[in-house]
Design a protein around this ligand. Structure first.
Ligand SMILES: C[S@@+](CC[C@H](N)C(=O)[O-])C[C@H]1O[C@@H](n2cnc3c(N)ncnc32)[C@H](O)[C@@H]1O
Length: 183
């Protein structure tokens, strides 16, 4: 299963190494990932339960909607794919939808069509990445049903890493970029 978002600092390169250091899913009591981003390691290991978090609320909202409302989400993304053009992109970029579903659809649309999948906001918290060269909003590799099933056992929360790491003080497994740097 592949990450459905392009994310700066994503760890696809790490999991593509055949000598990777990750334990077998069956040996993990509970998977805890405090810097979720594109979730490359999570999608590689495919744990059945655990806790995923990131400080980016829009990012976390997208995971929750993929888990809970993927059918509604894909319907909106299909419409966005038809409407996609420069004018539509900048209109979407300046929108600030209230509903979590619309927020997630906008987030995924912008991630897939902005410059290099970059996520950057200005001092007012407004997304300000220009349009990119990619035009596909629905990708051939998309499997939202599979993603939703995989995320079904996960507790997903927008919070600081310290709160999440506290959940691991009984020896449960944590994948963390901090930990990777320490080993
Ligand atoms: C390099 S990315 C993670 C990449 C991810 N492991 C992957 O494979 O795609 C780092 C993530 O840490 C998150 N982050 C930054 N500061 C944080 C904090 N204080 N607490 C939790 N998450 C944080 C960012 O929002 C970003 O999504």
């Amino acid at each position: 299963m592949e990450p459905f978002l392009k994310w700066a600092g994503g760890k696809r390169w790490l999991i593509s190494n055949p000598n990777n250091i990750f334990p077998d899913e069956t040996k993990i009591k509970q998977y805890i990932e405090p810097f979720l981003g594109g979730a490359a390691v999570f999608f590689h290991i495919q744990p059945s339960n655990g806790h995923l978090s990131d400080i980016n609320e829009d990012l976390i909202n997208a995971y929750i909607i993929v888990r809970d409302k993927w059918e509604d989400l894909i319907e909106i993304l299909r419409k966005y794919e038809i409407q996609h053009c420069k004018e539509f992109y900048y209109q979407m970029r300046s929108n600030n939808p209230r509903s979590p579903l619309q927020k997630a659809a906008r987030f995924i649309y912008l991630n897939r069509t902005c410059w290099n999948g970059l996520y950057r906001v200005n001092s007012k918290g407004e997304f300000n990445v220009p349009i990119g060269t990619k035009t596909k909003v629905i990708l051939d590799a998309d499997d939202f049903l599979g993603l939703s099933s995989l995320l079904a056992g996960m507790n997903i929360e927008a919070c600081d890493f310290e709160k999440t790491i506290d959940k691991a003080n009984d020896g449960r497994g944590v994948y963390s970029e901090l930990a990777i740097k320490c080993w």
